[in-house]
Structure formats: C-alpha cells, structure tokens
Design a protein. Sequence first.
Length: 366
Amino acid sequence: MADTQLGIVLRPTNFNEVIGQDDTVQAMRGWIDKGQIPRAVMLVGPPGTGKTTLAKILARGAQGWEFPTDIEPEIIEMNAADSTGIDDMRDLIQDTQSFPMVGKLRVIILDEAHMLSKAAQNCLLKPFEEANSATLWVICTTETSKIIPALVTRCQRFDLKRLTKKNIHELLVRAATYTGTADFAQFEEIAIRENLNQPRPLLNAFGNFANGVPAAEAINAQLNTFGVDAFEIAKNTVYGSWDKDGQVWGKPAKSVQSLLKEMEDIFKRKKKASQADDVTEAETEEELANPKDDAVSRPEFARTVRAILGGLLKAEILKGNTKAVRSINLLVHSVPTNPFDAPLEYPALTGVLFRINMTMRGQEYK
C-alpha cells in the first residue's frame, strides 16, 4: 500500500527538488553563490505552496554549499499563531544575541506571521535590519495585509506561485514513480480542471488515489475546505458589502456581486453550448472546455456559494430574523456537499444564484 501522506514523504529537501518556483530558487541560489544572504526573507502564498519547505531549504543553503549534509544547522521554527505577543518575540530575539553553535547562521522560521500582534511585529523591526547579525529571519504568511508595512519593507519578499499544468504533470510523475502507479491520466485531468495546483494537497490527494480511492473523490477531499478566500466572501456578505472588492493572498479579489455574475454568465454559456443544434460536436467540446472557464469549477462554485450562504446565515442570526434563517438553511442544503457525486445542473445553479441575488437587492426570502 502506498503512503497517503505524500505531501510529507516527497517534500523537497534541496533546491533541485523544488517544482514551480524557479525565480525564487534562482534568487536564493544567487545569494548562496555570492555569500550575500539577506537577514530577513518573506515567503507569501496560500497554504500548501511550499513556504516552510523553501524556508528550511534556504536555512541549510545559507550555511554555504560546503556545509555537511549529515549535520543539521541551528533552526528555530515557531508558529506565530501559538506565540502572538510581544513577550514571545522579545524572548525569541534574546536567543539571537549569540552566534549559533552549528553553522554560519542561526535561522528563525516564523510560520503564520500575520497572526503576530502589531506590538510583536514592531518588536522585530530592529532585528530585521541588522546587516551583520548571525541570524536569518524567514517569515511565512498567507496574508501580507495583516503585516505592518515597515516589516514588509525590511524583507526580501517572494510570492510563491501555484503550479502550472506542466508543473502538475512533473510532480505527478514523481509521485507515480514513488507509489508505482502506472496510470494517472484521469487523476491529472481532474486535478487540472478543478485547479488543485498546490503541491501538498495535490500530493496528499494522489496518495489516496494510489491506495484505491477514486480520483474525483480523492481530489475533492482536498478541495472541500473553507479557505481564506471563502472567509473573505462570507465576511463581506455578513456586513452587506456585496459590491466591495477585497484582497485574497494580498492580491485584488472580485466582489461577491461580480463573482456571482461571472459564474452565472459561464453556466449560461456552457448550457447554451451543450444544447445548440447548429454547432458541430468539436465546436461544442471546444466551448465546454473554454480555458476562460477554468476559474469556476463545480467544487469552487459549491464552496463559494456555501461561503456566501454562511455569511447570510450569520447576518440574519445576528438580526434575530428566524424566517430568513430557515430560508437560508434550505438554500444551504440545495448546494451539494460533494459536487462530483451530485453534479450541479443548470436549473439548480441559476436558482441558487437568483435567490442570492434577490437577497442582495433586499427582497424577501422565498
């Protein structure tokens, strides 16, 4: 039986094994070649894109290419979500006043750095600009908007990329070789279609697939999460900010209103393409596979709608509107938990979208 935790087993241990982050790897190699390691690095990206992995690879590389492979450098890894206060940071800074016992540099990796309080972040400003320090700070975050600008500007920042189709294939070949899986074409097709393009969840899904779990089920198990993007949607919904553009992973994100309109247009176009009588089969297939539609998969639609409905539910609970709460609960149950097991048909999709749009316009729940 193959190992299901491939995200751990196949985790890169050196720059040569990293897939899809060529620019970042090239820059880090350049630092090591020249012996010019910055004292503060920021790695930004969604969960599972390899921030901590790259941080650990850099931690070893920062000691120099000649550093023995059988010796571990001095690395302090801290989850900022567990140590958010200024006292925690002061204690950590105190530990950096001496030279490391092993290697040239002590490396401190701060995961979930956006969870630090502003006071704790301010405490890090001086250590981050000490050019001759024996400590390299690497902070990993999913939300740069929660990190004070003064700290961001003191770091060499890298925004990690999601995997391209080529990257996904390369990673799956590696996973298939490790697990002895001969045929993974269907898994790859679904992973690309549903935008499962982060190394860790992709590998973990493949581990389950290699152990006999159907490809669609293995992939959907990794997709069916309530991430930061869904949280932003729900939050804007709670406060009635339907037309407010936001930020997800530090990049512009569409408003709830725009997102719903885009989804509705795509589903209408796909429905029209599938029912047209005067087009060839090839033209229909081309329209259904339109690359412009990649951003809205069935699971993504389901997650987004559940996020919106969750926001509506919270808002009406706060208002004490029991009639609305009952109506929203019915809407919640109309969106399948597993879109692969219960395909979302066009009438159901547009029905949900219509009722949400009615709510956005302040009309009564039906």
